[in-house]
Design a protein around this ligand. Sequence first.
Ligand code: PLP
Length: 205
Amino acid sequence: MNHTGAHKINHCLGQALLAKRMGKKRLIAETRAGQHGLATATVAAKFGMECIVYMGEVDYKRQRPNVFWMESLGATVVPIKHGTRRLKDAVTAAIQDWIANVDDSYYLLGSALGPHPYPSMVRGFQSIIGLEVKEQITKYGETKPSYIIACVGGGSNSIGIFNTFLDDKEVNLIAVEAGGKGVKEIGDHASRLNNDPKIGVVEGL
Ligand SMILES: Cc1ncc(COP(=O)(O)O)c(C=O)c1O
């Protein structure tokens, strides 16, 4: 319901301030649904930075309204036409751009993932969600929720709302991933960790 990329604006504002402090002039991002790209385009416009958003061609076509909003905010949106033409190849393109332009560019990662310190940073910036829940629930005469249910893509909104309550055993934390046609059908669901997980290299040669 937030028009600047749902909750993604939380970690985008924090990371854009960091990029500015580091003297970077250009923000690089990847996006799938378009929410993270839209939030990155918003903060780039706010801080007067150049913005380039990589998007798999399939998502680029499917999420046309968000492409329109990103472009309206001054971002360049690049559809990736090779490989799966989805998020995976958009991430690779973003990292390649970052490696080539690291002097003036900041890679504004879109969720609680990737190498340290990205997951910790995103958790920190998103933790405002849990802190606000803790404050707002007092208006209903409660001190804490008994259940918190959050959807998981990369994990940014879930860790943001869970973080405040991680050590409280009375608060039940439930994360929900998209199951598609069932976790056994590789490629037909968004759940990455349930189906015989193995340690491996995410990005690298
Ligand atoms: C509105 C919204 N909520 C949640 C998510 C899931 O992302 P995450 O798990 O990083 O919170 C997305 C992903 O694009 C999103 O657009």
